[in-house]
Design a protein. Structure first.
Length: 187
């Protein structure tokens, strides 16, 4: 499940389902509800903040590495390909994988510290938003299931939740990781 690292699949799936319920409810003109709990602006704020942690951490760490010059000295390839190496290294570490592309020298003290910070941010900050959402939903009184309630089951809902998960992952990572290869192809 993306975004998220090892062991984050369940809560990543719950967040994708929350997006699917919200979008699906709005698309058919029904009140977005999940497990008899109403999904509104305050709940979606935590979902959006959860979704923004990973790309913010990746781009922030990559920008810091480039701005301080340490990122440029660790790139094996100059130009757009080197930028892709750098962004991939931080993307991988924010998602608790820790791999890097060949040519990127992440074995420096600067990168070890920044990668560790990125991994900690990518692992624990989303949990804060997830727990805040859980607390918000726990305080709500359960609603009554009516004809107007969007059913969170069946083939249509599975397709909607899968689409939400794919769109979340693509919007988070595809733009940053495709920037280098597209720029390299244009040069």
């Amino acid at each position: 499940m993306a975004p998220g690292g090892t062991g984050s699949g369940l809560y990543g799936l719950i967040m994708a389902v929350m997006i699917a319920v919200f979008v699906g409810g709005l698309m058919v003109g029904r009140t977005p509800e999940y497990l008899r709990k109403r999904i509104g602006f305050p709940e979606m704020r935590y979902v959006v903040l959860y979704a923004l942690v990973a790309p913010t951490a990746v781009l922030g760490c990559a920008a810091l590495a480039i701005a301080l010059g340490e990122g440029q000295s660790s790139m094996g390839n100059p130009g757009p390909h080197g930028l892709t190496e750098l962004v991939y290294a931080y993307t991988s570490n924010v998602n608790s994988n820790g791999s890097a592309m060949a040519g990127f020298n992440g074995a420096t003290e600067f990168h070890n510290m920044l990668v560790t910070a990125a991994m900690l941010i990518g692992r624990y900050v989303p949990m804060v938003f997830l727990l805040a959402l859980a607390g918000r939903l726990a305080r709500q009184q359960p609603g009554v299931v009516t004809v107007g309630t969007l059913q969170a089951r069946g083939v249509n809902f599975v397709a909607l939740a899968t689409g939400a998960a794919l769109m979340l992952a693509l919007l988070n990572f595809l733009s940053a990781l495709s920037l280098g290869p597209l720029a390299e192809g244009l040069l």
